[in-house]
Ligand binder design. Structure first.
Ligand code: NAD
Length: 378
């Protein structure tokens, strides 16, 4: 059975789905691993590193695809690549099945089986396969570095012969994986940090990192669903949140926003008035740009400046740390493959509580209920 990794086609993508340490583990599972020549270069990994780990390297993309049983990728492969796979082949990647269901069409037409990293349950058993958390960790870390680089002041308090420099004040909105990593990184750099989230459970995590948790009256509403994700909250709670954030913004040097509700537009937490209240030189790093942004002024992928306050909404930050992003993602994929592969063959046991839910499409049929519904509505 051949597992294949190609060069990613998006010119802004620098991650690769497998790193050499994972190739070794997969080869030990009695499978063949083949990479397109140069696939690891943007992530600083040479072909020879893969060969040493036991992979074969080829420049013939079409031949690689034709021989593939499992195609591993970071992003959903281009239609031209999906067209080159044999019917029944398996694709595993960040496929965005719920955000862009129509783009799953070719997987169906080609009779493929597809597992979406986004659908892997956030359960204890699946923790080592949680690619969303791996990438969010990197995003939260990098957001703080961008803020530190953009701000006209330093993060730590410094006592020098020329007097004392006060620490930066950072406010983090949304304390999921990315938000908590942003809090931890800003704290390590010496900032005074506050965190906000509508899930009460996030409070303990925020406080455990040495930050203050901002609380609002939720009007008795439980904002966490059974899966641990946030629900959409009432307009009343949103108004209270925005008012609190606008008050805090006045004395904040940096706001990092990461609030998301699965399947919905990102909630607006930072209003134009809140930005107007911020000091010149302050920054807002909006990590929710791909789902519309948490700030009214956000333009996804761009930098907007209003009265000396910069609103920065970077997209695909994980790709800006390609080596570690690839390493973590590759380990997530390898952990998933370790339950998918038995005796060198794919063993699709859909009764498994990870394999079943993670499958979006099987042999050309949409099997994930939300994807099925989205495609039926069309
Ligand atoms: P996410 O990216 O879906 O959302 C980020 C954060 O935004 C969440 O904490 C959410 O509560 C918050 N948010 C949503 N609406 C908001 C609003 N109006 N105001 C303020 N904050 C708002 O979250 P994620 O990082 O993917 O994590 C989702 C959940 O899964 C969390 O509870 C996390 O702890 C949990 N999780 C569990 C595991 C595991 O057990 N294996 C792994 C990772 C994450």
């Amino acid at each position: 059975m051949q597992i294949t990794v190609l060069k990613e086609t998006d010119p802004n993508e620098s991650r690769v789905a497998l790193v050499p340490e994972s190739v070794k583990k997969l080869v030990a599972m009695n499978v063949t691993v083949a990479l397109e020549s140069g696939a690891g270069l943007p992530a600083t990994i040479n072909d020879s590193d893969y060969e040493t780990a036991g992979a074969s390297i080829s420049s013939d993309r079409a031949a690689l695809l034709a021989a593939t049983d499992i195609l591993l990728a970071v992003n959903r492969p281009a239609d031209s690549d999906l067209g080159g796979l044999k019917s029944g082949a398996i694709v595993i990647a960040f496929l965005r099945p719920l955000d862009e269901p129509q783009k799953m069409q070719l997987l169906l037409e080609r009779g493929l089986t597809a597992f979406a990293i986004e659908l892997i349950p956030r359960s204890t058993r699946a923790q080592s396969m949680d690619g969303l958390s791996s990438m969010a960790t990197i995003v939260g870390y990098k957001a703080v570095l961008i803020a530190a680089e953009q701000m006209p002041r330093m993060f730590p308090m410094l006592t020098t012969a020329a007097g004392t420099v006060p620490p930066a004040k950072v406010l983090v909105l949304g304390a999921g994986v990315a938000g908590l990593q942003a809090i931890a990184t800003a704290r390590r750099l010496g900032a005074i940090v506050e965190g906000f989230d509508v899930r009460a459970a996030a409070g303990e995590a925020v406080r455990s990192l040495g930050a203050k948790f901002l609380e609002i009256d939720m009007g008795g509403m439980q904002a966490e669903d059974a899966g641990g994700y946030a629900r959409e909250v009432t307009e009343e709670v949103m108004d209270r949140s925005r008012a609190l954030i606008a008050r805090q913004a006045i004395q904040t040097d940096c706001i990092i926003t990461s609030a998301q509700v699965p399947g919905k537009r990102a909630p607006i937490l930072v209003t134009e008035e809140a930005v107007a209240g911020m000091k010149r030189g302050s920054v807002v790093i909006d990590l929710a740009g791909s789902t519309g942004g948490n700030c009214t002024l956000t333009r996804p992928g761009e930098v907007v400046e209003v009265n000396g306050v910069r609103i920065i909404a970077p997209l695909n930050l994980a790709a800006t740390v390609p080596l570690h992003a690839s390493q973590l993602y590759s380990r997530n994929l390898t952990a998933f493959l370790s339950i998918l592969i038995k005796e060198g063959q794919a063993n699709l046991d859909f009764s498994d509580d990870i394999i079943g839910p993670a499958c979006a499409v099987h042999q050309g049929q949409a099997v994930e209920p939300r994807l099925k519904a989205a495609l039926a509505v069309r």
